[in-house]
Design a protein around this ligand. Structure first.
Ligand code: PTT
Ligand code: SF4
Length: 610
């Protein structure tokens, strides 16, 4: 098999054992890698009903056949597990040298099970594993921990770490790399913490096992050159994803005051031009020639790497219009190792719950000092309120009761990312049907939506969401490379099947690639059904706020989603996917996609429809 190594590194932390094991070639061809491979592994080996924070949960680090190769932005990997935030399938995508090293180490996936007795660092060298004491690193923030490991294992080692939030099992703790890359929004850092796993160091020195290395290098070089020639390249280098702040304000989708509004009076203080004034340097993931890690000096004089999502959620969404202060909250999130999107959402939830008298303490919008303290309390689970918010908005609302679920901006337990949907039914559908909860990464349909008929609930919206889910959530997550060369600069998508051919020798047609993506989506849905023990279409509904509380400011004041129209849109989505009206894949769909192995289990849980 060319293009893949065909090996999974199994690590048992409870026993301190490991083994390198082959997996069926059919898995590689049918699921490609990254998210696809992770979902296939979890279906096969995750004990049904496992506690996400228990030793039986499996933590999967997976790369794909394009990862690490000399082609645009290929330094990415997927980290997946059963999520402690949602109870279903969870994953995230992180840019890290660790992904390149995994390829060179001859490993397609590392699967970690069990729980180490003491804090441990896993050191993987070309398929051999050392279990190294990490007691001296426990309690350190992600920057300090990574620096300590770097001085031990070298500047070029691949390093993934958790911070105090992961150790304390904050349900939205993430995995951090390179002091500013974060992956695994649905609590992948908490899963690492639950296993007493402080860090994973990967060092690989081998080759990539390619079908046609020369052809791949030639085409990869051409793609790199194309990226540089793109019209938007220079502005992208200046602002990266931060340009989205002004765009979101103009289109009334900038999350403001816990998604009550889509415009923010202080947006100029947090936009891409303000960022340019504060910018001190630029960083990137490995193998990338369009670096987007914009680093500013924050209000406390430290470096902070900004992205649109971070700034909108920790800026306008909590009423804070000073980018250097937003930068502090963003840096704290990176250092503690937790997701900025969920953090911004729980802080806004606290401010609104306080305004509504649901919690006693008065928390004011835009109160930077209190939000900074609260960030620490959440990360360390220090106070009653910090501990409550560390559970995420859904659990916090369940505990607070009253009307508080109205202020919990989440789907399936994962907090909504930074696009308001009062007047964007297609984007609301993208959140509602994302396979990990409300993440924008699978279908960022909103830019298309606002440029076409944004108020329509027609079937074309469901079709567009599915098309994007196929390309973004199915293919880029399984290739596994960064999707931004295509999304942001318009790199021709046809490069990818050709690159895949040079890597693997397999000529996938677009129909075959879409079938791979649909297979991955149906398998992930099957995993959710198995782990939750059933399915209900209310799990595919956006937050109630967008249906109930209309926007009061900006050109779209008065807008809100219409419930009946949205339900019809969801029906159309299910139908186009070959899922029944409950949101369960039909037996015929599972069989067509080659997922026969899920049929018996699903049938016994929900009774499959033909
Ligand atoms: C991603 C999510 C995003 S998506 C952002 S900003 W974005 C937030 N970034 C965080 C951060 O930073 N620190 C932190 N403590 N928490 C954060 N939470 C949020 O996490 C990221 C880039 C970006 S920046 C995006 S869109 C693209 N995402 C890709 C993806 O998902 N898949 C893929 N094949 N390519 C992608 N390319 C881009 O990567 P999650 P990263 Mg991220 C500091 O992890 O869990 O998927 O959530 O990985 O290396 O930081 O790169 O406007
Ligand atoms: Fe990383 Fe940005 Fe480059 Fe993508 S475009 S690989 S997120 S630096």
């Amino acid at each position: 098999m060319k293009g893949w190594h065909g090996s999974i590194l199994w690590v048992d932390l409870s026993r301190g054992e490991y083994k390198l094991v082959g997996y069926p070639g059919e898995w590689a061809q049918k699921f490609i890698g990254g998210r696809g491979l992770a979902a296939r592994i979890l279906w096969e080996y995750l004990p049904r009903g496992a506690d996400p924070l228990g030793p039986e949960n499996l933590l999967v680090f997976a790369v794909g056949p394009l990862t690490g190769l000399p082609l645009p932005s290929s330094g990415k990997m997927v980290i997946a597990a059963k999520s402690p935030l949602t109870g279903g399938y969870g994953d995230g995508n992180i840019g890290s040298l660790a992904s390149v090293h995994m390829r060179r180490a001859g490993i397609d996936a590392i699967v970690v099970k069990g729980r180490a007795e003491k804090p441990t660092t896993l050191v993987v060298r070309d398929g051999k594993v050392d279990f190294v004491d990490a007691e001296h690193l426990w309690g350190l923030d992600t920057w300090r921990a990574e620096r300590a490991l770097r001085s031990e294992y070298g500047k070029q080692a691949g390093i993934l770490v958790i911070g105090p939030a992961g150790e304390k099992m904050v349900r939205f703790a993430t995995v951090i790399s390179q002091e500013g890359r974060s992956g695994g929004r649905p609590g992948m850092g908490a899963v690492m913490g639950s296993k007493n796993l402080k860090a994973v160091v990967v060092i690989g020195t081998g080759g990539f096992n390619l079908f046609d290395e020369k052809g791949l290098k030639k085409l990869g070089a051409q793609a790199y050159a194309d990226v540089r020639r793109k019209k938007g390249y220079n502005f992208w280098i200046r602002q990266g994803t931060m340009a989205t702040v002004d765009w979101a304000q103009e289109n009334s989708v900038l999350p403001t005051y816990n998604f009550r509004e889509g415009v923010f009076e202080g947006y100029k203080g947090i936009d891409g031009y303000r960022m340019e004034e504060l910018k001190v340097t630029q960083r990137s993931c490995p193998n990338c020639n369009m670096p987007c890690g914009n680093v500013i000096r924050d209000a406390e004089g430290e470096l902070s790497e900004l992205d649109y999502e971070n700034v909108a959620m920790l800026g306008s969404n909590i009423g804070l219009g000073d980018l250097s202060k937003v930068g502090v909250l963003n840096r704290l999130a990176d250092q503690y190792g937790m997701d900025t999107i969920s953090l911004g959402s729980v802080l806004a939830f606290a401010a609104e719950a306080s305004e509504q008298g649901l919690i006693e303490e008065r928390i004011e919008w835009g109160d930077f000092d209190r939000f900074a303290e609260l960030t620490r309390e959440i990360a360390l689970r220090e106070t009653e309120l910090g501990n409550l918010l560390a559970e995420g908005t859904r659990r916090a609302a369940e505990k607070l009761g009253g009307d508080s679920m109205r202020y919990a901006m989440q789907v399936k337990g994962l907090e909504v990312s930074a696009y308001d949907c009062h007047a964007a039914p297609g984007m609301a559908l993208a959140y509602a049907t994302s396979p990990i909860g409300a993440h924008h990464k699978d279908a960022w349909v909103i830019s298309w939506e606002v440029a076409t008929d944004r108020f329509s609930y027609g079937p074309e919206k469901a079709a567009k969401v599915i098309e994007l889910q196929r390309i973004r959530g199915g293919l880029f997550e399984s290739f596994t490379t960064c999707r931004l060369p295509w999304v942001e600069l318009g790199l021709d998508l046809d490069y990818y099947p050709k690159l895949l051919y040079h890597a693997t020798g397999i000529r996938y047609t677009w129909d075959e690639l879409y079938a791979v993506a649909d297979r991955i989506y149906a398998l992930i849905r099957a995993l959710w059904i198995r782990e939750l023990g059933g399915w209900d279409r209310s799990l595919d509904m956006p937050p109630a706020r967008w249906f109930k509380d209309p926007l009061t400011k900006g050109p779209l004041a008065g807008s809100k989603l219409d419930l009946d129209s949205f339900r019809a849109l969801l029906d159309s989505y299910y139908e186009q996917r070959g899922w029944d009206e409950r949101g369960v894949p039909r037996r015929s769909t599972l069989e067509r996609l080659g997922l026969d192995f899920t049929v018996e289990t699903l049938d016994s849980i929900v009774g499959l429809r033909p």
